[in-house]
Design a protein. Structure first.
Length: 256
C-alpha cells in the first residue's frame, strides 16, 4: 500500500518518501490558474468549507456560523438533502502512484447513481475545475480499484441556493495528464515557479482563470469580482461514458 502524507502548512504531498505535485500546482504551472487571489475570497472559501464539514459530521452549531456564510452552508445542506449523498471521505488526500501526483477531493461519496467526487465552490466554478475533478477521479480510481461514476462542482451561493455543474467531458483526464507532462518537463529543466509564488489557498476559488467571463444568465447572481473564475459548460466524463438522464438534469442541475 503506497504511503501518502500531506503537510497542510506547506501544502506538500509526499508519496512513498518523494514529494509529488498537487493537482492545483500542476494546473497552475500549465497556465490554467493564475495566483491572483485575495484574502477575502480565501477566508470565505476556507470558512465555508469548514462549516460544511462540521455539518456533514453532525457537529455544526448554527449559532457559530456568521451571517455572511450561513447562506452558503444552507445551500450545501439543501444539496445533501436533494441528492441523498452518502459521504465516504471528506478532504482525504488521494494519489496516483502511476502518474505521481496527489490531491484532496472535497467529498467522495455515493448516491443511487453511483460513486461521486464533489468539489465545493463558493464562487462561479472555473473551467479548470473539470480537470481538477478528473485528476481526483484518476487517483481515487487507481487507489481504490473502483471507478468514479460522476464528477460534480457544486456552486454554493450566498442566498442559500446552489448550482451543480457536471464534469462529463471524456477528454478531461487526458488534458490533465498533458498538463502533468508539462509540469514534469518544467521540473526537469528547472523552470517551475518558486514555491513562494504558489498561492495555495486552502481552496481555489480565489484563483483567476485564463478565459473570458461568459455573459450572465437570467437569474444568475453576479459572479465574484475577486477572481473566482468563470462558468463552464456540461461535458462528458473521462472515467465513465454514462450521462445523467435528461429527467434528472432538469431538476437537479438548475438553481436551487
Amino acid at each position: 500500500m503506497p504511503r501518502l502524507t500531506f503537510d497542510p502548512t506547506t501544502h506538500t504531498y509526499t508519496l512513498d518518501g518523494q514529494v509529488v505535485p498537487s493537482i492545483t500546482q500542476v494546473l497552475r504551472e500549465a497556465g490554467l490558474i493564475e495566483a491572483t487571489g485575495d484574502e477575502r475570497a480565501l477566508t470565505r472559501g476556507s470558512e465555508v468549507h469548514r462549516f460544511c464539514r462540521l455539518l456533514d459530521e453532525d457537529a455544526l452549531d448554527w449559532a457559530d456560523v456568521p451571517e455572511a456564510y450561513a447562506g452558503y452552508v444552507r445551500a450545501w445542506e439543501q444539496f445533501r438533502a436533494a441528492t441523498h449523498l452518502d459521504i465516504e471521505a471528506a478532504e482525504i488526500p488521494v494519489a496516483s502512484v502511476l502518474h505521481r501526483f496527489a490531491g484532496r477531493p472535497d467529498r467522495i461519496g455515493r448516491t443511487p447513481m453511483g460513486k461521486f467526487i464533489v468539489e465545493i465552490k463558493t464562487g462561479r466554478p472555473a473551467p479548470w475545475a473539470a480537470l481538477q475533478t478528473a485528476a481526483q477521479a484518476l487517483a481515487e480510481t487507481e487507489q481504490s480499484g473502483e471507478a468514479v461514476m460522476r464528477r460534480w462542482a457544486v456552486w454554493l451561493k450566498p442566498e442559500g441556493a446552489y448550482s451543480v455543474i457536471p464534469h462529463e467531458d471524456r477528454n478531461d483526464g487526458r488534458l490533465f495528464l498533458c498538463a502533468l507532462a508539462l509540469y514534469q518537463w518544467k521540473a526537469a529543466h528547472g523552470l517551475l515557479h518558486p514555491p513562494a509564488e504558489i498561492m495555495d489557498p486552502w481552496k481555489e476559488e480565489s484563483h483567476g482563470a485564463r478565459t473570458p467571463e461568459p455573459a450572465s444568465q437570467p437569474g444568475d447572481p453576479e459572479p465574484d469580482r475577486d477572481g473566482s473564475g468563470e462558468s463552464q459548460s456540461s461535458e462528458r466524463d473521462p472515467e465513465n461514458s454514462q450521462g445523467l438522464a435528461p429527467g434528472n438534469q432538469s431538476s437537479l442541475f438548475s438553481d436551487h
